[in-house]
Design a protein around this ligand. Structure first.
Ligand code: URA
Length: 216
């Protein structure tokens, strides 16, 4: 199935209760032929309003971290663990929250075929909920970010800190993990690029170093 056909189906999804409050299904965007897919947590207020992933404050920091690696969003594909905003409405005013395991499981109905269509070399899980959904249920983001893990949907998966977490940690004297976000993106992109070159049969440049042989 094409991504457009999958998107069209997902727009009418009512598989979980998040569908009841959404303004837009945030399916994903970017380059569907990219060797790198970033999978975040789920849409926030701005994403729900616009239908586009990572366009709020966290998204702006993600753009900055991509740019620090000479990348734009058009060179990668960006989507989320859940396609509808997860929020706590108990006070009347929505407060973003992480998706539940059930919500993430329901949304695999869209994420799994989305990844199967794109067939990326590397998935970069942005934040713990994404890593727990795609790498391992008990993934520990602060201890295990930046490392290679096997993943059903790509040649390997790497996880990084969520930019919203980085924003919360930042202070005058602390980058909040922004440097780690930048270096994890660098590693994910370099690995994706090398694997793509290898698949195309191009000799790697000497300065490229060696991709971990146990994984590939
Ligand atoms: N946070 C996410 O994880 N995804 C978005 O699209 C926006 C914020």
């Amino acid at each position: 199935m094409s991504l457009d056909a999958l998107r069209a189906e997902a727009l009418g999804c009512t598989l979980c209760p998040l569908s009841a409050r959404r303004t837009h299904v945030v399916f994903g965007e970017g380059n569907p032929t990219s060797p790198l897919v970033l999978v975040g947590e789920g849409p926030g207020e701005q994403e729900d309003r616009t239908g586009r992933p990572f366009v709020g404050r966290a998204g702006q920091l993600l753009d900055q971290a991509l740019l620090a690696n000479g990348l734009t969003r058009e060179q990668v594909y960006i989507c989320n663990t859940v396609k509808c905003r997860a929020a706590d409405w108990s006070t009347g005013k929505p407060v973003n929250r992480a998706p539940t395991e059930d919500e993430a499981r329901a949304c695999r109905r869209w994420l799994v075929p989305q990844l199967a269509t794109i067939r990326p070399m590397v998935i970069l899980c942005v934040g713990a909920p994404s890593a727990r959904n795609l790498i391992r249920k008990d993934f520990k983001i602060t201890q295990e970010r930046g490392k290679y893990f096997p993943c059903e949907h790509a040649r390997t998966a790497i996880a990084t800190l969520h930019p919203a977490y980085v924003l919360r940690q930042q202070s005058a004297t602390n980058d909040g993990g922004y440097g780690l976000l930048v270096s994890d993106i660098a590693r994910a992109w370099e690995t994706a690029r090398k694997l793509l070159e290898r698949r195309a049969g191009k000799p790697e440049r000497a300065e490229d170093g060696v991709v971990q042989p146990t994984l590939f």
